[in-house]
Design a binder for this molecule. Structure first.
Ligand code: MN3
Length: 216
């Protein structure tokens, strides 16, 4: 049997995107995020983004060689017929993977330290003002989306929000931390009170992870 060289190398490069395991148990973020929300959010929502991303890329298998982040950075170069699917589902995959890593079991929250704490003070005035700006951007995001702390193209810290599953990477910014303000992130526990969820969520921030991203 003769293998076509190109086909076999395509097959070797084809690495499906996979749903990462949570770095903690489903109930580890209680009482701020309940176990059922985590189970559905991770298994069903994030799981669906991964499946849909794999299905979209299937048409251009050479793209499996790229990381999901790289797909978002180079969104304009993605074939037009799958660009929206990649934007939504690579976005959903990257955003949620970062989101899980950016949280830690309750009680380990606290405040940022070192260089990051200094930069936050420099750009926002104080940690409290930064929190206020972040929460405000989250409350004002109409419909579904995300709120972010980013390092902008010119190296400044800024707070912004994006719609749907859009990621700041596609606009040339580097995401440092993020909160999910889709209703599926909080509705079971907080109902329509997004603002209460946003406030409670600070108890879960994994500052070690956020500082690591900031230093990169
Ligand atoms: Mn979500």
């Amino acid at each position: 049997m003769v293998f076509n060289r190109q086909n076999s190398s395509t097959r070797m490069n084809k690495k499906l995107y996979v749903l990462p395991e949570l770095p903690y148990a489903y109930d580890a973020l209680e009482p701020y995020i309940d176990a059922q929300t985590m189970q559905i959010h991770h298994g069903k929502h994030h799981g669906a983004y991964v499946n849909n991303l794999n299905a979209a890329i299937e048409k251009y298998p050479e793209l499996f060689a790229k990381s999901a982040q790289d797909l978002l950075v180079a969104l304009s170069s993605i074939p037009e017929d799958i660009r929206v699917a990649v934007r939504n589902n690579a976005g959903g995959h990257v955003n949620h993977s970062m989101f899980w890593q950016g949280m830690a079991p309750a009680g380990q929250g606290g405040e940022p330290s070192g260089e990051l704490a200094k930069e936050i003070e420099k750009h926002f005035g104080s940690f409290a003002k930064f929190q206020e700006k972040f929460n405000d951007a989250g409350v004002k995001r109409f419909g579904s989306g995300w709120v972010w702390l980013v390092k902008t193209k010119d190296g400044k810290l800024d707070v912004l929000s994006t719609a749907n599953q859009d990621n700041p990477l596609s606009d040339g910014h580097t995401p440092i931390m993020e909160n999910d303000v889709w209703e599926h992130a909080y509705y079971l526990q907080y109902k329509n009170a997004r603002v209460d969820y946003l406030k409670a969520w600070w108890n879960l921030v994994n500052w070690d992870e956020v500082e690591k991203r900031f230093k990169k």
